[in-house]
Design a protein around this ligand. Structure first.
Ligand SMILES: Cc1ncc(C[n+]2csc(CCOP(=O)(O)OP(=O)(O)O)c2C)c(N)n1
Length: 369
């Protein structure tokens, strides 16, 4: 039997960000500060995006606040050649990969200048040049796509790994098991990155999986599974790095289960207070990822109030500039929904477009929403 699931939660930092064991720290002062900028920027952009829905400037948003270390520190372990398959809560992933704030707000507001041309539901981010593959709404269907891509990289002799992000709810889907099995059989350079935030909308973990941990599900497919403290950036980074190296060396797939918590509701259509207690929320805030990174920066002696103030001010300015840019952009013309569906527009789409244009002429839109 192959080496299997880690018997205990992998953790390097306590809840204040102080090391609890020895490890080799690859982060320079500049790295740590850049990671802080990325995670704090993601938190601020996330809160702003949720407000845009309340203001009627967007119609849907799923917050990622609380998931910053799990996502940003795992992307930190990747190279530009690697493929990323995000899911609907992958916001810190974007910023860690180089997706810009302006691109983010354009997408959230469905503007014509967005990467997906304002035709995607918010939270379905992707960008070809960053090897970020746009997800579909169906929970879990990015998982086999990611494994197929890893298999293709392997057949082409490339050294790219393919990382796929998903929640613990997605592990109940057939797609998860089909993909895990294929990866195990063909030894693909795949990293299954499960963000276990304890709930799939209102369904708690104990109703989602019979297995004691999600990470141990890798055992059935004969590859390693790791359960990490997903709010401990060091544990996430060092574990992901190990799985990336394993993939590059042709040793096959790995599963990471990052234990975390979403601080907000499932989405703008949900009220989490209906199924989660304030005590539980407060307990997870105590273990928060950004606070722990700041604690570690202090532990290393790199912290100063002036630096934090300057960084937080820069984040506010960057967000304001990106928002202004997105607000100024127009919304897509309704008839553009027929473009780019196929390389050449089909006859039935042409007909739908003609009917739709006639409808628009008869009933012109009254507002830009
Ligand atoms: C196949 C399918 N079933 C149900 C839904 C509705 N849905 C959207 S997100 C979600 C929960 C996903 O939970 P999880 O995978 O744990 O990720 P999280 O949202 O908690 O980060 C559900 C049930 C869907 N989009 N697709």
């Amino acid at each position: 039997m192959a080496e299997c699931a880690s018997p205990e939660l992998i953790q390097y930092l306590d809840y204040e960000g102080n090391p609890i064991k020895d490890f080799e720290d690859p982060f320079t002062e500049a790295d740590l500060k850049k990671l802080y900028y990325t995670m704090a920027l993601s938190r601020a952009a996330d809160e702003k995006a949720a407000n845009l829905v309340r203001q009627g400037k967007s119609f849907f948003y799923a917050q990622a606040s609380g998931h910053e270390a799990a996502q940003a520190a795992s992307v930190w372990a990747l190279g530009s050649q690697d493929w990323i398959f995000p899911y609907h809560r992958s916001v810190p992933v974007l910023f860690a990969r180089g997706y810009t704030l302006a691109e983010f707000f354009l997408e959230v507001m469905g503007k014509a200048g967005a990467v997906n041309k304002g035709r995607q539901m918010p939270n379905h981010f992707g960008k070809r040049s960053l090897k970020l593959v746009t997800p579909s709404s169906t929970v879990g269907n990015q998982i086999p796509q990611a494994v197929g891509t890893a298999f293709a990289s392997m057949l082409k002799g490339e050294d790219a790994v393919s990382v796929v992000y998903f929640g613990e709810g997605a592990t109940s889907q057939g797609d998860f098991h089909v993909a895990m099995n294929f990866a195990g059989v063909y030894n693909t350079p795949s990293i299954f990155f499960c963000e276990n935030n304890q709930y799939a909308i209102s369904v708690p973990l104990r109703l989602q999986a019979a297995a004691h941990t999600i990470s141990m599900e890798a055992c059935g497919y004969e590859f390693p599974g790791y359960q990490v403290d997903g709010n401990d950036f060091m544990a996430v980074y060092l574990t992901t790095k190990k799985t990336v190296e394993r993939g590059r060396k042709g040793k096959g797939p790995s599963l990471i289960e990052a234990m975390t918590y979403r601080l907000g509701a499932h989405s703008s259509s949900d009220d989490a207070s209906r199924y989660r207690s304030d005590t539980e929320l407060e307990e997870w805030k105590r273990k928060g990822p950004i606070k722990r990174l700041l604690g570690y920066i202090k532990h290393k002696g790199y912290y100063s109030e002036a630096w934090q103030e300057e960084t937080d001010d820069r984040i506010k300015e960057d967000i304001e500039a990106a928002l202004t840019r997105a607000e100024e952009e127009s919304i897509p013309e309704p008839q553009t929904m027929f473009s780019d569906v196929f390389a050449e527009t089909t006859r039935h789409l042409e007909r739908q477009k003609t009917l739709f244009l006639a409808h628009l002429e008869k009933y012109p839109p009254t507002s830009d929403h």
